[in-house]
Ligand binder design. Structure first.
Ligand code: NDP
Length: 329
């Protein structure tokens, strides 16, 4: 008999108005895939907030089960790499956008999308990291490829108290970087210092229109914010430095000049987690498993229940979520 489970379902009416409900579903209603997973933990990322609130067209097929990240146990597999009982993690690949996602007791997906749960991590830990944390590691790997080592100078992290920002700080600190954390929540100074930030600056300093070139303040950056903030970060990056851009919390625009690129040889490194090929995914997760401090991960994580997902979606878009959220199934 087909297993029954609870799911979040987003539907859209003729006037394109979205409706979010909790429904009971059966495995036979899931979309095709060669691996079925018992979802044991998930999370709420900024993108999930956009999908559930309908603030941006993240969902490209209705109805949709949202949720871009999951961790759980394989219950059935026709894929050569996976067998019943394997612990797995899935981030992106259209999950919760074009393919039924994580906010359900079961998920049926392509085995090609899965990575093994890193050794020493629980499903809860994996979702405390989630897409936000795995993206932070992809950004660090990009900076390293560009030669941005701790001896080159400070690294700025914007949106510091958010998910990408918090995990980026914890990881960079472990790797020995001097971190400048930019935040709109200076009340979180103690939290950011505990994670490993050396200096805290106000979000306001970077929020307005950027000069073509500013004082050289950092060798590298991880930017989760976009818009004027990214333009300012670039204009204050020192000669030969690099900035990894992964987010748009302030905006999708980039009101910058080419001055940092052509006068200081600064590089802008684009980070995409959704379609990232398997080798960098595996490397990122393997490194997270060994390089992320467990106490700091616990400090940046809050746990919520399945029924709290819609409220958490509103909160993350309002910039009220500190660090990362894990949804217990
Ligand atoms: P969070 O909401 O957890 O973090 C975003 C942070 O940005 C907030 O906590 C806040 O930090 C800051 N912020 C919010 N609004 C503004 C604003 N108007 N101006 C300046 N700063 C602002 O989200 P996530 O960490 O999950 O994601 C961060 C970004 O990265 C999102 O845009 C997301 O879409 C993107 N992302 C991209 C991925 C990719 O593959 N490229 C993957 C994962 C995420 P503070 O309070 O400290 O100022």
């Amino acid at each position: 008999m087909s297993e029954r489970f609870e799911a979040v379902l987003i539907t859209r009416d003729e006037e394109k108005k979205q409706r979010v409900s909790f429904v009971e579903m059966g495995e036979d209603e899931l979309m095709p895939g060669d691996v079925t997973i018992a979802v044991e933990a998930t999370t709420v990322n900024y993108k999930d907030g956009l999908a559930i609130t309908g603030k941006a067209p993240v969902i490209r097929r209705f109805p949709m089960i949202p949720g871009v990240d999951l961790a759980g146990t394989v219950v059935r597999s026709n894929h050569p790499e996976w067998k019943e009982g394997d612990k797995v993690v899935l981030n992106g690949w259209g999950l919760g956008e074009t393919h039924y996602g994580a906010y359900a007791g079961r998920a049926r997906v392509s085995g090609d999308w899965l990575v093994p749960l890193p050794e020493g991590m629980s499903v809860h830990d994996a979702m405390a990291v989630g897409t936000a944390g795995y993206t932070a590691m992809l950004a660090i790997m990009a900076l390293e490829r560009h030669g941005i080592t701790p001896d080159r100078g400070p690294v700025i992290v914007t949106g510091a108290a958010g998910g990408v920002g918090s995990v980026a700080i914890a990881l960079l600190s472990r790797l020995g970087y001097h971190i400048v954390a930019s935040t709109g929540r200076t009340a979180e100074t103690e939290y950011l210092k505990y994670l490993g930030a050396s200096e805290i600056i106000s979000r306001e300093e970077l929020a307005g229109p950027a000069r073509p070139l500013g004082k050289e303040r950092w060798a590298g950056g991880i930017d989760a914010v976009g818009s004027h903030t990214l333009a300012n970060v670039l204009s204050m990056t020192s000669y030969g430095g690099a900035v990894a851009a992964c987010g748009l919390a302030q905006g999708m625009d980039l009101p910058a000049t080419v001055a940092p690129f052509i006068l200081r040889g600064v590089s802008l490194l684009g980070i995409d987690s959704v379609m990232a090929p398997k080798p960098p995914r595996l490397e990122a997760w393997q490194r997270i498993g060994t390089e992320l401090d467990h106490a700091r991960l616990a400090a940046l994580t809050s746990t919520i229940s399945f029924r709290d997902i819609p409220k958490a979606a509103e909160d993350i878009i309002a910039g009220k979520v500190r660090g990362r959220l894990v949804v217990k199934m």
